[in-house]
Ligand binder design. Structure first.
Ligand SMILES: [Zn+2]
Length: 276
């Protein structure tokens, strides 16, 4: 939607649309996407959909308490730290989303009700309720598309390299009163190949409770990044979900990154020979 149309809509729609400004992000705000180590030599390409709990200034706090934005409904605490360390350990490129999943969830299909969630884990999000189509479009254009274009361009650029897509998430230790016992979940969708190798290797020392598609599996109707960029391109792919109390400090996040890096390096050739 061009700015001319936005102006026209503002005029037509009256006071409600006065909340809508274009562009969504001011020049002084952080970019929608951050790319780290673009030319990394690893076969691993890292993505972090829920890296940030930032909200564009013009959206305030989406009408919720700012401490709720700090919690798991706003982002995946610790995931970006794991992803950044893993990028260093593997010399892998990493793409991170720059804004909160509550503004628009970069790992949800745009048709999903949870793309711009009106409620998350029993918390109403007033700033997401009753949005006009143009308000949703502004978020898609400013945040969702740049993030996914960056991943697409990165994968396109690796014409002389094999790529395996690794997505880094974290999950809350307790959800709806249920304690979740897994230290890490290894999630797969249609293709279990890379996930199976990682589960086998991470299980090896017996210290960790490894969730096999727990607490989440990859679902075409829920997830977007792995189905679109990984399975869509026929790339080996896997999603890691690390329990947030395991990665609550930079040091512990780095420890998990090292574990993942070592496991990946142990199975990398087998995976490349079998699947890539
Ligand atoms: Zn996540």
């Amino acid at each position: 939607m061009h700015s001319m149309s936005i102006q026209e809509n503002r005029t037509v729609m009256g006071s409600k649309i006065n909340m809508v400004k274009s562009p969504l992000l001011a020049f002084t705000e952080s970019p929608a996407v951050e790319i780290v180590n673009t030319n990394g030599t690893s076969s691993a390409v890292l993505v972090c959909d829920h890296a940030s709990n930032r909200v564009p200034a013009q959206l305030g706090t989406l009408g919720i308490d700012s401490f709720q934005l700090m919690g798991h409904i706003g982002w995946d605490p610790g995931a970006a730290n794991v992803a950044r360390s893993l990028s260093v350990y593997l010399d892998a490129p990493l793409v991170l989303s720059g804004y909160s999943r509550l503004v628009i969830d970069c790992n949800r299909p745009l048709y999903s009700e949870d793309s711009i969630a009106e409620q998350s884990a029993s918390v109403q999000v007033p700033g997401n309720c009753g949005l006009l189509p143009i308000e949703k479009e502004l978020r898609v254009d400013a945040l969702f598309q740049p993030y996914h274009q960056a991943i697409s361009q990165l994968l396109d650029s690796r014409i002389n390299q094999s790529s395996m897509l690794l997505s880094i998430h974290s999950f809350t230790p307790v959800l709806n009163g249920q304690h979740r016992p897994w230290h890490i979940g290894v999630s797969s969708g249609h293709d279990r190949g890379l996930a199976d190798l990682m589960i086998r290797t991470l299980s090896h020392n017996g210290r960790f409770n490894i969730g096999d598609n727990e607490p989440y599996q990859i679902d075409d109707n829920i997830d977007y990044t792995i189905p679109f960029h990984g399975e869509g391109r026929g790339l080996p792919c896997v999603m890691f979900e690390i329990r947030q109390d395991e990665i609550s400090s930079e040091a512990s996040a780095s420890e998990w990154a090292l574990r993942l890096a070592e496991a990946y390096q142990l199975i990398e050739n087998e995976a490349l020979n079998s699947f890539a």
